[in-house]
Ligand binder design. Structure first.
Ligand code: ADP
Ligand code: MG
Length: 701
């Protein structure tokens, strides 16, 4: 490492320390007011900040700046402009104005807008988000100053993921502050939501990656038989890092630290070649930016080591998929975590009220949360064959579940179960305190001590969407609660009644058992909890009357923005499956069928040679193989033919109808093509198989 961790941390960020150092005090204070209290920014202040930013960036070798934004593709976008400005004597100077800092104007027509913007009205604006610090990025094109921005249309509609997130954070803050005032915390002026996303990913050898069109075009394998060894030995989880992976992680950590990303934990995950990185949590907005940077860097740095990073939710069938645990909590500007129960949660009325609010929010808007976690890739992790059901429920753990039961049954909670100590039975090892509650790995939404962990989110996704939903639904319930409590004559009594009423009405969302078992599906159905199996079925949650009212009330999404998002979801799904199906057809026709023909020809030739050389020899094995292989070949050809015609048919449809056609007709036809090819892989001579197998990819890195 170039220096000590503490020395390199944040050196590529125009962070608070840099601002203190480089901005006139008045400018710094004005900017801080905008960042912390959302006050409007004076253009004169922007001018001074822009100049300081430019000087800092140029000293560090920057030649360009870019407005870095997060369109609805879920990845980031940028357009680079150099700082140069011509002078009268034919030379150039480096310039960067406040106007250029605050506003950019990329052509919006090539980004998904879901009908929000017709192509002839291509104007889109990027606007500086001063709550997330600017940073430098170095790549082959040089050093660029990246300015986090929001992206909106000419009419002010959000065309990105960041704007709604910022709006939802404001909504949550407003409502939480109202509640806290009632509890006497008049010093609290805002509440931010803190997020720590745990990022799972696969690392594979780049040459093997390049030998498979499915990985290149779709990010996942569309064919592949299970190798003799999968993840059944549990020997990868927390195992020792392979040398190449360790070197990759070292570089990744250093680069992340330079960007001020609090990369903290790294380990091997359950599946072979699968890993995880978790940062220390921070404000949702910054956390979202950092997670995007983390994903980008993972891909870039993998390349430096002859590796490829796969962020797809299910790169390999039959093995663990990749998710992103979105750890979420609410923290006041005075530093108090509103989800911290304390040692005796039953006495912590304020905590119980916020807890009840989350229960109600998640119960009432489970459909929206489910939707916020959908991508085509995540369909393989949620509610699919190899996956747990896509039912949202909340795990609270023994201690809190017990407090709630007391409240519901007697109207009074008088005790909290305590953890006690564990002794492992050896005097050499000191006894350790245990938590009041064990973990539950199967819950999609688990309370883990002082935060909720939303585990449905997919590994490739931006976390902006899920957090926008979480913030808004909780804000909405807090708003309702504040309306009621502000009117109450006796606050203590009213809070008590409200908590009891809320947890009683929404206890069905609490489930502390095994979320992966079949009985739960039945039980959830009895409780009336939605079980939304796929992305396309989830989309309609966005545009229900309930959803339009909710997001409209808190100014997070307008009705038009919601409709546009629904349209984009359908489009995204259709495009993804279309590419997958076409890739399968191409691989089948150009790779697998020719390879299998070679194999059967070799077999047939060997049969005739043996027949001539030794007519009495037993050639039943060769003949059986020839028969089996030929019939699988015919099956594959037929399945490819069918899939081709379905894909053509899909092309004549659009929108929701098209997405459902892809889901219900094209997607199953893909499995029908995969099956004979995977069987052939197990029969055909390894030398002739045209692509690296699961075994080659997963164990040889
Ligand atoms: P676990 O082992 O329960 O998954 P960790 O302590 O490893 O928990 O944390 C997982 C992630 O949750 C990390 O990114 C961590 O920073 C984040 N996290 C911890 N506390 C909070 C909190 N109060 N709010 C949001 N995220 C948190
Ligand atoms: Mg976790």
């Amino acid at each position: 490492m170039a220096g000590k961790l503490t020395e390199i941390f944040g050196i590529d960020v125009f962070n608070d320390a840099t601002m203190v150092e480089r901005l006139p005090k008045k400018t710094y204070i004005a900017l801080k007011k905008t960042i912390e209290n959302g006050e409007d920014l004076d253009p004169a202040v922007a001018e001074v900040v822009a100049n300081a930013m430019k000087d800092w960036a140029i000293e560090r070798g920057a030649t360009h700046y870019t407005h870095w934004f997060q369109p609805m593709t879920g990845i980031t976008a940028e357009k680079h402009d150099s700082f140069i400005s011509p002078t009268v004597d034919g030379k150039v100077i480096m310039e960067f104005s406040g106007k250029e800092l605050i506003k950019g104007e990329p052509d919006a027509s090539s980004f998904p807008s879901g009908g929000l913007r017709a192509t002839f009205e291509a104007r889109g604006y990027t606007a500086w988000d001063c709550t997330s610090p600017a940073f430098l990025r170095e790549d082959a094109s040089g050093v660029t100053l990246c300015i986090p921005t929001a992206f909106c249309s000419y009419t002010g509609e959000a065309l990105d993921k960041k704007t709604p997130l910022l709006r939802s954070m404001e909504a949550l803050s407003n409502q939480a502050v109202r509640i806290l005032k009632l509890f006497g915390h008049s010093d609290v002026t805002y509440v931010s939501c803190s997020v720590g996303p745990e990022q799972e990913y696969f690392l594979i050898d780049k040459e093997k990656y390049l030998a498979r069109e499915d990985l290149i075009f779709t990010g996942r394998t569309l064919f592949g038989a299970m190798p003799p060894k999968g993840q059944e030995l549990d020997d990868h989880y927390f195992g020792i890092l392979k040398e190449r992976v360790a070197v990759f992680m070292k570089e990744l950590n250093e680069e992340l630290w330079k960007l001020g990303v609090l990369a903290k934990t790294q380990h091997n995950e359950v599946a072979p070649a699968q890993h995880e990185l978790a940062p220390i949590y921070t404000t949702a907005n910054i956390s979202t930016d950092h997670n995007q940077l983390t994903m980008e860097l993972m891909k870039r740095i993998a390349n430096h080591h002859g590796l490829t990073c796969l962020l797809h939710e299910k790169p390999f069938a039959g093995l663990n998929g990749s998710g992103k645990h979105d750890n979420w909590s609410m923290v006041t500007n005075t530093g108090k975590n509103l989800l911290y129960p304390g040692k005796t949660p039953h006495e912590n009325v304020q905590f119980l009220l916020f807890l009840a609010a989350v229960l109600k929010a998640v119960d009432e808007h489970a459909d929206l949360l489910r939707q916020s976690a959908s991508t085509p890739g995540n369909d393989h992790r949620l509610g699919a064959n190899e996956a747990p059901p896509a039912i949202i429920s909340i795990f609270l753990g023994d201690q809190l579940a017990d407090v709630l039961t007391q409240l519901i049954e007697t109207g009074e909670a008088t005790r909290s179960k305590q953890g006690g100590r564990i002794s492992v039975g050896s005097h050499a090892i000191p006894s350790i305190r245990k938590d009041a509650t064990d973990r539950n790995r199967t819950s999609p939404f688990a309370f883990t001590g002082n935060k909720f962990e939303f585990r449905m989110v997919g590994s490739s996704m931006s976390i902006a969407g899920p957090n926008t939903v979480l913030n808004t639904i909780v804000a909405d319930v807090l708003c309702e609660m504040a309306d009621e409590l502000e009117k109450a004559d006796n606050f203590d009594l009213a809070v008590h009644d409200l908590i009891k009423k809320t947890v009683t009405e929404h206890q069905r969302i609490v489930f502390n058992g095994n979320g992966y078992c079949d009985e739960w599906v039945e039980e959830a159905r009895r409780r009336g909890l939605p079980n939304i199996r796929s992305m396309v079925e989830a989309v309609s949650a966005l545009t229900t009357e309930k959803s339009i009212k909710l997001f409209g009330k808190h100014h997070v999404f307008s009705e038009a923005e919601l409709h546009s998002r629904a349209e984009i979801e359908y489009e995204t799904y259709s495009k993804a499956i279309n590419i997958e199906a076409k890739t399968m057809i191409q691989m089948t026709n150009k790779k697998f069928i020719p390879a299998v023909i070679k194999y059967v020809t070799k077999l047939a030739e060997s049969i005739s040679t043996i027949k001539v050389a030794c007519p009495q020899a037993d050639i039943s094995v060769q003949e059986d193989l020839l028969m089996r292989t030929s019939s699988l070949l015919a099956e594959a050809k037929e399945a490819a033919y069918k899939l081709t015609s379905y894909v053509e048919e899909a092309g004549s449809k659009e929108g929701k109808e098209q997405a459902f056609y892809f889901r219900e007709v094209v997607f199953p036809a893909m499995s029908e093509l995969r099956a004979p090819i995977d069987e052939l892989e197990l029969i055909v001579d390894k030398e002739l198989w045209p692509v690296p197998t699961y075994g080659d990819i997963l164990f040889e890195i």
